[in-house]
Design a protein around this ligand. Structure first.
Ligand code: HMG
Ligand code: MG
Length: 392
């Protein structure tokens, strides 16, 4: 059984490029050894010690062999630290496109069903692996998605992506399955006030409902995603404590959600609030089961995504052209734009299998229909330079 300290040091070592395999870890004991604490691992067959030197616990050293101590020069240390920041980012990130659902649900004017279907097809053709297609919610609550059945039926034969849909209760689940849905998502909240305004029940009542949905989903072998809204802030209650998010996340995980998406519904989070929230959630749900879902109201979404990637999250929700918002979260603006996420991931050398040019075409298509410019900075900047886009 590794101690927490060993685990922490192991993660530091893993973040350093080249540390292909941790061959052995050792904890030298704080306070007993002059050299401090450290772990041993191998970089290309060379045994290396990485540790924290006492008493200046902020300095790092590398000791090759056991007798030779090498103090790292400041510039090398900076390079190691810089690489450690990027080295912890996953090599592949799965992008969940939520434009046809989250992107459109807030639109006042009803978008014709055939436009929604064409949008979904264009998004699939860009290589996006998952396109959240619509919601089976009450049409009185979200009139824009009242055509959920028609949308689902029209994309039955579209290949190349998965099409989860939102289901707030058993009624929605049954309608979704009847229309051909093969994956569903339930949506809870970490804030009581938002739970009440969005789905007209308390958090506990929603968890009970979702438990029923999860049992039905399990019986039908349908994977179920769990959303949590207001993970850092609520439009009514203000700051939301990380422990509340962790509580709901654990419940959703226990009931069988295969992925839990953490939603900053009103886009108020910064890395300063997102990181503690993720730490709390990661104590109860494995990181590979987590996704992040940032609305970009305060322009913080990309920095929050970067911080999440550095913490090991490899699934990111986004919406083409930055469309989106929740009708029951006043002041919330669109999701982070898919184009901006793809551009950042490309710059980080992270694989997505998404063709940015084709996402931009989908963004142009829906923005033309809605009669407004894209919220994607990348799409706006690249529109004048198609030659550049083709290289991405
Ligand atoms: P309610 O009024 O409490 O429900 O709404 P009810 O059981 O009393 O039913 C009222 C009526 O709705 C009845 O019809 C039901 O049959 C019908 P009536 O008898 O009056 O004709 N109904 C349904 N119809 C179709 N499909 C259904 C369904 N259920 C009931 N599934 C309810 C409760 C949950 C239904 C309602 O509050 C609702 O639909 N809310 C959805 C709100 C919503 O979609 N919000 C946006 C999505 S969440 C989001 O955007 C956040 C996210 O992006 C993450 C983030 O950013 O944080 C995911
Ligand atoms: Mg959302």
């Amino acid at each position: 059984m590794k101690s927490e300290l060993e685990m922490a040091l192991a993660s530091v070592a893993l973040a350093i490029p080249g540390a292909a395999a941790i061959r052995d870890t050792q904890y030298l004991g704080v306070g007993t050894q002059a050299i401090g604490i450290g772990i041993r691992y191998s970089i290309e067959h060379v045994e290396v010690w990485v540790g924290i030197l006492r008493p200046q616990i902020t300095s790092m050293f590398v000791m090759l062999g056991v007798s030779q101590l090498v103090i790292i020069p400041a510039n090398v240390l900076r390079r190691i630290q810089g690489r450690a920041l990027l080295g912890s980012i996953p090599r592949y990130v799965k992008i969940i496109e939520v434009g046809p659902r989250d992107g459109l649900q807030n639109e006042k004017d009803i978008v014709p069903t055939k436009v929604k279907i064409e949008l979904i097809k264009m998004l699939v053709s860009s290589g996006l692996p998952v396109v959240e297609a619509t919601s089976f919610v009450s049409p009185k609550w979200v009139p824009q998605l009242g055509d959920a059945k028609d949308v689902m039926e029209a994309i039955q034969n579209v290949e190349g992506a998965r099409f989860p849909v939102l289901t707030p209760n058993l009624k929605g689940f049954e309608a979704a399955v009847a229309a051909g849905a093969k994956e569903v998502a339930v949506f809870a909240s970490a804030s009581e006030s938002f739970s009440k305004s969005n789905i007209n029940c308390s958090i506990e009542e929603s968890l009970k409902r979702y438990h029923d949905v999860s049992l039905a989903a399990e019986k039908a072998s349908i994977p179920i995603r769990g959303y949590i809204s207001c993970v850092v802030g609520c439009p009514v209650e203000g700051k939301v404590p990380p422990a509340k998010v962790a509580y709901v996340a654990e419940k959703l995980y226990e009931m069988g959600c295969s992925e839990i998406s953490l939603g900053d519904t009103i886009g108020v989070g910064t890395p300063g609030t997102v990181v503690p929230m993720l730490e709390a959630v990661m104590n109860v749900v494995p990181v590979d089961k987590l996704a992040v879902h940032f609305h970009d109201t305060y322009g913080q979404a990309l920095s929050n995504i970067l911080a999440s990637l550095q913490m090991g999250i490899a699934t990111v929700d986004s919406s083409v052209a930055g469309l989106g918002g929740c009708p029951y979260a006043k002041g919330a603006s669109g999701n982070v734009a898919t184009e901006d996420v793809v551009y950042m991931l490309y710059g980080l050398g992270v694989k997505t299998n998404v063709d940015l040019g084709k996402v931009m075409l989908a963004g142009d298509f829906i923005c033309r229909h809605l009669g407004r410019p894209s919220h994607s900075k990348t799409a706006t900047a690249l529109r004048t330079s198609t030659a550049h886009v083709s290289k991405l």
